[in-house]
Design a protein around this ligand. Structure first.
Ligand SMILES: Nc1nc2c(ncn2[C@@H]2O[C@H](COP(=O)(O)OP(=O)(O)OP(=O)(O)O)[C@@H](O)[C@H]2O)c(=O)[nH]1
Ligand SMILES: [Mg+2]
Ligand SMILES: [Zn+2]
Length: 284
């Protein structure tokens, strides 16, 4: 039988299957091979044993989650204001891992989101605005989760728990300072579960994670980095040199696009910071 791991704790797995939620162990051989089943894995189960882990589309290590369809980056326009370089790093990792990034702006009652929306419209990432004065904006985000496995990330205090509670009142997550206290304890346990929303969409129950792992970022080679910035990749005019890294090379179409305002400066700046780091890592 086939199923989906919706919870993994200490070598025990809850597998959602056509005949309900099964409590399973993993085949011993996995451990010898250094593989461990993970929440989000599609698996084959025989009796109460997971015998096969199906190929993963993607994998996050922290929190451990496989096969994410999308990662929602929750960003408050104020208190705290977004750190765009950090955001761009995470977005690049997300693209690299072939997880769809979605940007969700919050605290729209405190400031206008347009300044940020403008920057990211050019990237093509879907943008959502959680405005609690307009319930339809929350409904749009809810609809986005249908039929998918999603997780939320964002700095502490941006309003992740508030948003999740608005999406499903049954969640009743603690918000503000209380969640910080709980969060510390929770971060030490490395377990993740998927929570099923009324329409069947699944969300990871780790809304507190703010340090979405960037290990993979270290592996984005200089030549792969531009592909992780959709607006750079989309520039139709070719650069003079096929191997152009869009830094100082003459005839660079990307720098021209920045000069023409087709590529937003702050996104290009993040690219160059990351590129220089990637090049420094690389040994020739
Ligand atoms: N003004 C305003 N405040 C908000 C909004 N959304 C959340 N807040 C407040 O911001 C604070 C933090 O919200 P949380 O939902 O706890 O933030 P969080 O992202 O879950 O934070 P951590 O759990 O620490 O990662 C709380 O005091 C919320 O009431 C909003 O849209 N407008
Ligand atoms: Mg929270
Ligand atoms: Zn170039």
């Amino acid at each position: 039988m086939e199923g989906l791991i919706i919870k993994a704790v200490g070598g025990l797995y809850d597998v959602e299957s056509p005949s309900g939620v099964l409590q399973c162990k993993a085949r011993g051989i996995f451990r010898k091979q250094g593989i461990s089943p993970c929440t989000g894995d599609r698996v084959t189960v025989e009796g109460d044993v997971i015998t096969e882990i199906h190929p993963r589309r993607n994998l996050l290590i922290r929190p451990p989650l496989a096969n994410l369809d999308q990662l929602l980056f929750v960003l408050s326009v104020r208190e705290p204001a977004p750190n765009l370089l950090l955001l761009d790093r995470f977005l690049a990792v997300c693209v690299y891992k072939e997880i769809r990034p979605v940007l969700v702006f919050t605290k729209l009652d405190l400031a206008d989101a347009e300044k940020y929306a403008e920057i990211y419209r050019g990237s093509g990432f879907p943008l959502y605005f959680a405005d609690y004065q307009k319930p339809e904006t929350v409904q749009e985000i809810y609809a986005l989760l249908e039929g998918k496995i999603s997780a939320f990330t964002g700095n502490s205090g941006v309003g992740k728990s508030t948003l999740l509670n608005a999406l499903d009142e049954r969640l009743q997550l603690e918000t503000a300072h209380i969640s910080k206290k709980l969060g510390r304890g929770r971060h030490t346990t490395r377990e993740t579960a998927l929570y099923t929303l009324p329409h069947g969409g699944k969300i990871a129950d780790t809304p507190g994670f703010s340090t979405f792992e960037t290990d993979a970022y270290a592996q984005i080679a200089p030549d792969e980095l531009a592909d992780c910035f959709p607006e750079l990749q989309r520039i139709s005019a070719p650069c003079r040199y096929a191997d152009c890294r869009h830094l100082k090379e003459p005839g660079c179409a990307v720098r021209q696009a920045v000069a023409d305002g087709e590529i937003v400066q702050s996104r290009y700046d993040s690219y160059t910071v990351m590129l220089q780091e990637a090049m420094a890592r690389k040994v020739y």
